[in-house]
Write a protein that binds this ligand. Structure first.
Ligand SMILES: *Cc1c(COP(=O)(O)O)cnc(C)c1O
Length: 394
């Protein structure tokens, strides 16, 4: 156990990854930009080649800027062996899957995953001879019935993108372990603060650090943190694919990380206040927020999570797409665009695509990211936009 493992999470957030030999006493690990690293002698060069993990060797292997971020993310996941960084969340998902699967294997993929994830399975894994079977996000321990002789890995995302079903991750991991199956989790919504994935039995936990880790909508980065049995193969595969993160982006992620705890608390508080208000409005048929009773998977959320972040969806009561567009366009304090996890509120009309389980397509969904603005201003904005929705829907 490292000394830092005894500290509570807020203390670890402030200190993780800030080794003196990487910072030289500067508070934030500086931006070390490099391709070539120069050595004084052939002996020094040979030493670096033999010790590539903690010696400056070549830019693609990183510098203290990236090492510090990776170490900090590992320290936030008790029980983890290490973290690899990627140029985006999608690259993190892809490389994590490729580190585990080989031709002939079967992957069980949750049906509520972030859309580029199944698109990768269908367009890259399938031609490689790796089959993907999609399963119901609420399957829980029933996953055991789907595990066959070729099943090599189970991919989870909890809560699911767009529809927010919380999965029974401990039950799925227990069933997987019994059969020697590797588990992967896209933990972007919760981050290790709200759901420590490795401690809950996950083998590979994935973050689109683009979202809450960076936290300011100004950089793209991905991360995969591994449990000891799969760490070496993750590291090896990542290097074989030449994955690398720019030190400037790693710096921004490290900087964002230091305030992740207080930002998430504010996203949670504002998000729940807005979600509860929305749940009482006649124009809103459903609020898909894991912290609200009635959201599918609310029970595992209450049991396993340390809180909620600020992203959820609402289903508008009828009205069709035209009324939905009117509602979204009428919102003034919410930006219209992809991604989320920055300090600002966002809105997006969304239409989930399902491959194995039915989804009522007539549901008129809008995804909201609740930022750090005053929630009463956001509620007032939503109220006037719902009036606009009503006007068009009638
Ligand atoms: C955004 C997102 C990703 C992809 O991250 P990028 O950095 O945008 O590539 C992966 N998973 C989830 C759940 C996401 O929301």
């Amino acid at each position: 156990m490292k000394k830092s493992d005894t500290h509570r999470i807020a203390t670890r957030l402030a200190n993780a990854g800030r080794r003196k030999e990487w910072t030289n006493g500067i508070v934030n690990p500086p931006v070390w930009r490099a391709s070539t690293i120069l050595f004084d002698t052939v002996a020094d060069l040979r030493h670096a080649v033999a010790n590539p993990d903690d010696t400056l060797y070549y830019g693609r292997r990183g510098t203290p800027t990236q090492w510090s971020l990776a170490e900090a993310l590992t320290e936030l996941e008790p029980g983890a062996a290490g973290t690899m960084l990627y140029p985006s969340g999608v690259a993190a998902v892809a490389t994590a899957l490729l580190s585990i699967l080989k031709p002939g294997d079967e992957l069980l993929m949750v049906d509520s995953a972030y859309e580029p994830t199944p698109v990768f399975c269908d367009n890259v894994l399938k031609p490689m001879g790796i089959t993907t079977r999609y399963y119901d996000p609420l399957i829980g321990e029933g996953i055991a019935d789907l595990i066959g002789p070729a099943t090599r890995a189970i991919f989870m995302e909890s809560p699911g993108s767009l529809t927010f079903e919380v999965q029974d991750v401990p039950a799925i991991c227990a069933a997987a372990k019994e059969r020697g199956v590797v588990t992967l989790l896209d933990n972007t919504w919760a981050t290790p603060l709200l759901f420590p994935a490795i401690a809950n039995g996950v083998d590979l936990t994935i973050l689109a650090a683009t979202k809450y880790i960076v936290g300011h909508s100004d950089a793209m980065i991905g991360a995969v943190t591994a449990a000891p049995p799969v760490w070496e193969q993750l590291r090896r595969t990542t290097r074989l694919y030449g994955q690398h993160v720019a030190p400037d982006d790693a710096y921004l992620a490290s900087r964002g990380l230091r305030t992740l705890g207080i930002r998430l608390k504010a996203h949670e508080e504002n998000g729940i206040k807005v979600a509860r208000w929305l749940a009482e409005q006649p124009e809103v048929a459903a609020v898909l927020h894991p912290a609200l009773p009635g959201c599918p998977g609310h029970e595992p959320w209450a049991r396993d999570f340390n809180g909620a972040s600020g992203l959820f969806s609402i289903a508008l009561a009828g009205g069709g797409d035209e009324a939905r567009v009117a509602f979204v366009d009428a919102l003034d304090l919410f930006g219209l665009g992809f991604s989320w996890g920055g300090y600002e509120s966002l809105k997006l009309p969304v239409d989930p695509r399902r491959r194995a389980t039915p989804w009522p397509q007539e549901q008129n969904l809008v995804r909201l990211h609740i930022g750090l603005e005053d929630p009463d201003d956001l509620i007032a904005d939503l109220a006037q936009a719902l009036a606009r929705f009503r006007h068009v829907a009638e």
